[in-house]
Design a protein around this ligand. Sequence first.
Ligand code: FES
Ligand SMILES: [Fe+2]
Length: 365
Amino acid sequence: MIDSKYRNKNLQVFNNDNVVTEGWYWALQSKELKTGKAKPVRLSGKDLAIFRTESGKVVAMDAYCPHRGAHLAGGTVEGEALRCYYHHWKFNEKGKCVDVPCLKKAPKAEVSTYPAEDHYGLIWVWVGQGKPHELPIVPDLEGHDVDVTFAKPYVKNCHPNIVMSDAIDVQHFRSVHRIPGNILHIEGKKVNDNTLRYDNVAAMPTDTIIGRLLAPFYKTQLTYSLCYWGGCAGSVTVGPDFQRYHIIYANRLGDNGVSEGQVILLTKRSKNVLGRMYGKALLGATRIVSDYFANGDTPQFDSINFDFKTPIKDDKTILTFMSHVEGLPVADWGFSKPNKIDSVDLSPAFSSNRKQTEGEACTIS
Ligand code: FES
Ligand SMILES: [Fe+2]
């Protein structure tokens, strides 16, 4: 029997506009942050000043100066520190005030800072009280240098959890993207408390001409692998055995419940010039794949009023994701207040209980 706890009214974390779960979130593209410059960023209800020091380090701090509240992104980078434009108070990379021009000794004043990293072409900021997780890594690309480019950033009129549930919505590949047959058999497997993986286990069907042409390029299963970090970001890996395409969808919750997203396209970096040129062409092809799927989904992202009233067996993948998100730690950040949250235990989505062991498949009751 399907569990009715998946109704919107019963959820405390999933698809909640006032909740930000712990994790790494994108702030801006790396190329937008030049050495010695600062930028204003609003990340899920919190205003930040993010700057790149003269040595290239990225620092993320609360936006408003602890003197009189000027936005610190309007200031000037000096070495490894940022000087407020208004009265020239200077804050080091840990947020401590170290110089006030009209005083011999700086007063006790500081601004909060947050872990920030330059990774896969984005500046990521750690949101949460706990120790920062490992940065998101596409499993196939672990240990490799990569080349990255971006598809168009987007704003969708729904929560990031809803955007992320699209790529594991097995039914919609037939209805929206017109992929014939029943080619996907995926199940969510918990890698750790923060990470879910879905890997297709079905072979390329050979009942169509296209299927018969493509089948020799897939030794075992048709590649469709996803790795989800928390509830707002994840990677999709597709393509034949000799050439995989990797796409990361990185979302953050914006004001008024929208999703603000970046699409990173990745490929392994070649050591020679010809290989680099091929890689560039490959990223172009990846963009075509990504745009095709994104365009098909846009209408529903802009109008959906998500409420899972009638899940069916094919929706098991989404229920697994919902259970996962509902159990994530909530951050004290922007419009998210963890002490007001009493998350719902959706454990029936898993075959045993919430303390699922690594690699175990998830099933609905
Ligand atoms: S407001 Fe920043 S130094 Fe006065
Ligand atoms: Fe889709």
